[in-house]
Design a protein around this ligand. Sequence first.
Ligand code: KG4
Ligand code: ZN
Length: 365
Amino acid sequence: MAAPCTVLALESSCDDTAAAVLRRTAGGATEILSSVVRGQAELHAGFGGVVPEIAARAHAETLDHCVEQALEASGLGLDDIDAIAVTAGPGLIGGVVSGVMCAKGLAAATGKPLYGINHLAGHALTPGLTDAVPYPWLMLLVSGGHCQFLLVRGPEDFTRLGGTIDDAPGEAFDKIARLLGLPQPGGPAVEAAAKDGDPARFAFPRPLLDRAGCDMSFSGLKTAVLRTRDALIADQGGLTEQDRCDLCAGFQAAVADVFAEKTRRAMDNYPKVADQTPVICVAGGVAANITIRRALETVSQEFGARFIAPPLALCTDNAAMIGYAALEQMAISGPSGMSLPARPRWPLDQTSPAMLGSGKKGAKA
Ligand code: KG4
Ligand code: ZN
């Protein structure tokens, strides 16, 4: 039995400032004692995306309060904490630096070990926290900044099977909403409109299904929606409510189909483990979408796999996942030490080719 461990975790790699306290018991169970997330949506609302300088300043101003709140809510003080964990990348560098500096200050003041955690590892390991499933599992991480399939074999054993070659899917949902005059964030607005739409009215492409492997693309799909919108406006002089709903439903169905088919292909790489049911997981803001969840549930059934979608608060950016990743990785790796760098790019799987470009929410890693 390992010694019990209580960790204070910080997350500030994009537009959420977060702190959490987690406890692992000697028996190995992990409990979230507190998890505080402060979003910055209103600070960036007028700019059509996250403004890195505004995000970094807001993180620097808010981190201390989040830490105080997380400690208070957990009923613990700094003296009760055994380790400090922080997102050390990938992400918007100003925010990552704010978190790493704050965590170094806490580690120096308390003399506790500091663990630098990869943000993507936090997302990828979440099913272990929420559902205590044994490794391995397949993770589809889909948000405004991420899009990748990861085979998770252990706390530090990730294989990236594929990802977007252009936009992240959340970005695409946001852009479609903007094209159709719907509010931001676009995902929930597009999903709501799609409920009253006919997904079959427009034949939108299912990009990259003709190509082997798990890479995805959403840029051409977005252009197809734009062209169809423009053709409707040219024909009719404008868009009806029904046109909007049908465009949203068609777009959403195309995204869901792409995720479903690429998940099938990702499952070709799933290791056979005797007496263990395969596990397919989804995380990130786009995982809130019911049509997408249903499509992935159907694929999971085809493979006799268990389907896990963590509760939304643990699907989107949070510090509890960073604390959990630290607890998992502690057994394998030692602390990072005070020379821990903040990294804008930090691919989880060092063997897969680096992704090009940078999204509205930072590097796609
Ligand atoms: O994980 P998240 O909260 O933040 C980061 O991207 O880091 O994800 C936000 C993204 C946004 O692009 C938003 O439009 C999308 O997730 N999203 C959705 C839904 N809810 C949020 N996309 C599709 N359907 C939804 N219901
Ligand atoms: Zn994230």
